[in-house]
Design a protein around this ligand. Sequence first.
Ligand code: CP
Ligand code: NVA
Length: 301
Amino acid sequence: MSPRHFLTLKDLSSDEFKQLISRATELKKIHREGTRFEPLKNRVLAMIFEKSSTRTRVSFEAGMAQFGGHALFLSPRDTQLGRGEPIEDSARVISSMVDAVMIRTFDHATVETFAKYSSVPVINALTDDFHPCQLLADMQTYHEHRGSIAGKKVVWVGDGNNMCHSYINAAALLDFQLVVACPVGYEPNAELLKAHQDRVTMVHSATEAAVGADLIVTDVFASMGQEDEQEQRMKDFEGFQVNRQLMDKANDDALFMHCLPAHRGEEVSTEVMDDPDSVVWDEAENRLHAQKALLEFLLTK
Ligand code: CP
Ligand code: NVA
């Protein structure tokens, strides 16, 4: 039987997504009470990082340790992956020795190829196209602060990037309305948009989008791998900063989220980052609990 992978949110059903959110909140409680819970004793997660990370690495590594298992950090700099060993061969070999593999890379096709040849579950820990693990944490955070997100208005401000694509998938699975506000030329993938036109609207004005929002989310103007475009993007993204003025257009109880790392004064003002409406620190912490729920789901169910 082929293993269950988590390459995009669409690998989950709506019910599974909701179950993971509530399980994440339970696991958070268990962890805070200091109760020992080790469902992954002696199990090993290989973590392949071809891009930098703070939250993803720490949360997966800490999560495996808390579950009684172990996590292995693998970088292309000191494995044969960086010297051109084919993904197919690496997948066969690595998956023969561990219980799950987590990959952060550039091309989404890399995680798909790895998954095809892996005998154990593969988790997408960010590609140029999707960041599904972050959405588990974001949706858990919304739920913990405001209850169900179904029927709410979520506004994505900024680049139509990997995070935006995962928000589009989340809108379909959790039944919320998503308005994407991005500069001309930075729209999300057209096919993905088209496939979700019942729930997702595209506009080119952040102020227009923010009216009546229940949640406003943004991300850096230039993602990992786009560092050379930073200067151009700073010009192109003018008017796409989430600041007090923009948050004032949203509903009174609207929340602000950002996957982090954030660039204060660029995509978000310092004031909004530090505002009580901002739940970015809970969102970051929930990476731990949400991914523990995911690991438990993929490895023990
Ligand atoms: N949000 C997120 O994935 O952070 P890292 O890049 O630090 O892992
Ligand atoms: N869009 C960002 C997310 C970082 C967590 C990037 O890909 O760099």
